[in-house]
Design a protein around this ligand. Structure first.
Ligand SMILES: [Zn+2]
Length: 366
């Protein structure tokens, strides 16, 4: 059966989508306004609910996360009604209001609305951390229980799909959870988590708390590194050690992928068309010019900022020209590279190409 929107022209589909988002925002602002009033009148008590949260989950059937966010946002909007027009206009999302709720005062509300306008949740968390920096946190390593088999299997299969190696619990039946960048220990008694758990949160002033789970091999390597680096890092600070290790690896990866070297060899005038391999000097120049990000620009002038899964894209397909030049090559993320290839060669050709060659259509950077 065909999808009901299949025949809709692209432009109309986009216009309708934007229209629905506008309506959704208006409904959300109105909903928060109503939730705030239900909360203030404590009408949840009549529905045999002990709190507004219970009412939202049990009666309104919100998820716990949605209930938490909406209640925080609704209470903030009741205290500061100027939040509602900002929500309606799409300048703030519900998560933004929920994150800002504790900071808002009569005088500061307008300033926070301006500062958080069109920001992502992560950006707002950084903004809050910068204005109220948290202290550095100490390195912490603790043993975490082995994940349940089923959970582990689910995590493993998810990661296998993402083609990322799955970490195994150590022989003693547990993993080491490293809480780094002067990090604090995770709450004790937390539920066992899979070995793939990792998270970062801003502490303000360009500092981050990084928390991840290490397997036995990584734990042993870090211990050895800490011991061998005592002269350079006397206090064994994990963030300093990881910083040096990551810098070395980054250097290596940049050399391999971008052709970056401290003293580049002079260009040889050899025929660059001889192979599909793009000479290092050209790769370096392209990466510098495109600032290491996808260079795709929309018709409205917005640039794709992706820095992952980058590929060197030949503006005139290499298959046609057989040459490499800085002007003839742009950095593209894989999604845009394939989008462009579909436009140039057509969907049917690309499907045949992918079957024959795998999914690579250009020279990958990452
Ligand atoms: Zn892109």
């Amino acid at each position: 059966m065909n999808h009901p929107l299949e025949g809709l022209p692209n432009q109309e589909l986009l216009e309708r989508t934007h229209g629905l988002v506008r309506r959704g925002r208006a409904v959300e602002a109105e909903l928060l306004s109503h939730l705030g009033e239900v909360d203030a009148r404590q009408l949840y008590l009549e529905a045999a609910c002990s709190s507004m949260f219970v009412y939202c989950v049990r009666v309104l059937h919100f998820s716990e996360a949605a209930a938490y966010k909406r209640i925080r946002a609704a209470r903030a909007a009741r205290r500061h009604p100027e939040l509602l027009p900002a929500l309606r206009r799409g300048e703030l999302h519900v998560t933004a209001v929920s994150l800002l709720a504790a900071q808002l005062t009569g005088e500061s509300c307008g300033e926070w609305i301006r500062a958080a306008r069109h920001r992502t949740a992560e950006e707002i968390k950084r903004l809050l951390a910068d204005r109220q920096p948290k202290p550095d946190v100490a390195d912490c390593v603790r043993r975490v229980p082995a994940p349940e088999t089923a959970r582990n299997a689910a995590a493993a299969s998810a990661w296998e799909r993402a083609e990322i190696p799955v970490l195994k619990p150590d022989e003693a039946g547990g993993n080491r959870e490293w809480v780094s960048d002067r990090a604090v220990s995770a709450p004790t008694g937390a539920a066992p988590r899979g070995p793939l758990h990792s998270q970062t949160s801003p502490l303000g002033g360009e500092r981050y708390r990084v928390c991840f789970t290490a397997d036995a091999a990584l734990y042993a390597q870090l211990q050895e590194l800490r011991a061998l680096m005592r002269h350079q890092v006397p206090d064994g600070d994990l963030a300093s050690l990881l910083g040096r290790a990551v810098a070395l690896l980054l250097d290596q990866v940049r050399k391999r992928k971008f052709g970056e070297v401290s003293a580049p060899k002079p260009e040889t005038p050899a025929n660059p068309a001889a192979s599909r391999h793009i000479p290092a000097a050209i790769r370096r120049a392209v990466v510098r010019r495109d600032a290491g990000r996808c260079r795709t620009v929309s018709s409205g002038g917005a640039r794709c900022d992706a820095a992952e899964f980058l590929e060197f894209h030949h503006v005139d397909p290499w298959a046609r020209t057989g040459t490499h030049s800085v002007d003839g090559i742009a950095l593209r993320c894989r999604a845009h590279n394939q989008y462009e290839a579909r436009r140039v060669f057509g969907e049917a050709h690309m499907a045949r190409f992918r079957r024959r060659e795998g999914t690579e259509s250009e020279t990958p950077v990452a």
